[in-house]
Design a protein around this ligand. Structure first.
Ligand SMILES: [Fe+2]
Length: 135
């Protein structure tokens, strides 16, 4: 299970609240890993996919809005994550909604997110707070 703590706060509430939402969706996916009934898995994966894409879009809008110098690097990190996510989705489409694939996807997204928030989003948060814009 993944826990959002203050250590992962980037200091911009819209971003932080979406991160918390993502953690909770990932945990739902991981809960299904241990259960014998995988019927919720496709909907959870679909939800996560949409939520992640929308969340990245919001961060990228902020970056462009405030002419963030590290925008290309941050954007690349998002694109490469989405590519890896789609590779896993292909696996999921081929294998069906097994508890194993739910666990694999949940941990992949969770581990990536913890690392990305701690470094890349944290830098963005610092920049945005410095800009002091209305977010
Ligand atoms: Fe990000």
């Amino acid at each position: 299970m993944y826990e959002w703590t203050e250590k992962l706060a980037v200091g911009v509430e819209t971003i932080d609240s979406q991160h918390r939402e993502l953690f909770s969706a990932i945990n739902s996916l991981l809960r299904d890993e241990g259960s014998a009934s995988p019927e919720e898995i496709p909907a959870l994966i679909l939800f996560l996919e949409g939520y992640v894409v929308n969340h990245f879009g919001m961060e990228e809008t902020y970056m462009r809005r405030y002419t963030y110098p590290a925008y290309p690097v941050h954007k690349n990190a998002h694109v490469s994550f989405i590519n890896d996510f789609y590779d896993l989705r292909d696996e999921f489409d081929a294998q069906g909604p097994t508890p194993e694939i739910a666990g694999k996807m949940g941990r992949f997204i969770g581990d990536w997110l913890v690392n990305h928030i701690g470094v890349v989003d944290m830098a963005l948060g610092n920049f945005l707070r410095m800009k002091g814009g209305k977010l």
